[in-house]
Design a protein around this ligand. Sequence first.
Ligand SMILES: NC(=O)c1ccc[n+]([C@@H]2O[C@H](COP(=O)([O-])OP(=O)(O)OC[C@H]3O[C@@H](n4cnc5c(N)ncnc54)[C@H](OP(=O)(O)O)[C@@H]3O)[C@@H](O)[C@H]2O)c1
Length: 317
Amino acid sequence: MATAAILGCAGYAGQETLDRVLAHPGLELIALGSDSLAGREAGALDPRLNGSLPAFTPNDEAAASGADVLFLCLDNADAAAFEPPADAVVVDLSGAHRLADPELAIAWYGSAPGAWSYGLPEVHPAEGRLIANPGCYATAALLALGPLAGVIDSAVVDAKSGVSGAGRSLKPSSHAGFVLENLSPYAIGAHRHAPEIAQTLGFAVCFVPHLLPVRRGLLATCYLQTDADVRGLLAEAYAGSHVVRMLPDGTAPELARVQATDTAEIGVFTDGATGTTIVICALDNLGKGAAGQAVQNANLALGVDETLGLRLHGVLV
Ligand SMILES: NC(=O)c1ccc[n+]([C@@H]2O[C@H](COP(=O)([O-])OP(=O)(O)OC[C@H]3O[C@@H](n4cnc5c(N)ncnc54)[C@H](OP(=O)(O)O)[C@@H]3O)[C@@H](O)[C@H]2O)c1
């Protein structure tokens, strides 16, 4: 049994990662790191967490716990400043180590990336033990477009995410008074996931994210021009996947089927008037877009079944 520690447990990504680790048959949680909850019992985060869990410790103590696997669920600056212990598998859910080009990393995140490997298991598996977990929008765009990178050289990505994508701390842009009954584009043409998408595809995309008035879930609609067999290429890429589901012709991805799961679904359509190919990917920003993918990456690094601990079954609602 491998041991695990989570840093930044009080945030949304930390809480979701904790849930996956508790469901994991091959991981034993030995440290719960949280600077804001340090010294308090696990139940301070959620009353359903019982006394069998360790109490919260400061993040630096959790980092020094000797765990085989560390999940960094910290903001970008804290993750950038983190010194990984020798030998542990470390999965960083922040953006701090995603951009391999130092100039780009400094421009978007304020620091050079170091020797971390970008890990999107289906499209760009990580190498080594220091793994940069992809961003939620980038995951959806790259699942839709990654297997097509050899046959296209441009795309437009129109994406929408639930409000949990902005984290637990309250901001004017995530306040209920702004979000509810609203749909707002933001960081138009200037979002930090755009260079992350380009890094893996090898070309830039036009990317516009939007904030949806729902708690969780993300949907990316990608528009591209190609004569290639897009459905065939995607079906081949995901034929063996337990995480990414190709939908039958005519069936569109929906948030409701992926919310609170670690799965993604992909649909392919053709616009009858223009011949534009439309590839749509839906996933949960906190599932395949964060914690689910982090655990999947950790599983691969540990050499165990990549699906252990993942939520792969939705609920019919
Ligand atoms: N949210 C998503 O959908 C998503 C998806 C992919 C990647 N990520 C990345 O994952 C990282 C964490 O994101 P997040 O969404 O979990 O952010 P968050 O909810 O804002 O949490 C970030 C940090 O703030 C602290 N915190 C959270 N709630 C707090 C509270 N009420 N009072 C005081 N401190 C609090 C936590 O640290 P302590 O526990 O140490 O106090 C946590 O590590 C970020 O780098 C983000 O970019 C997020």
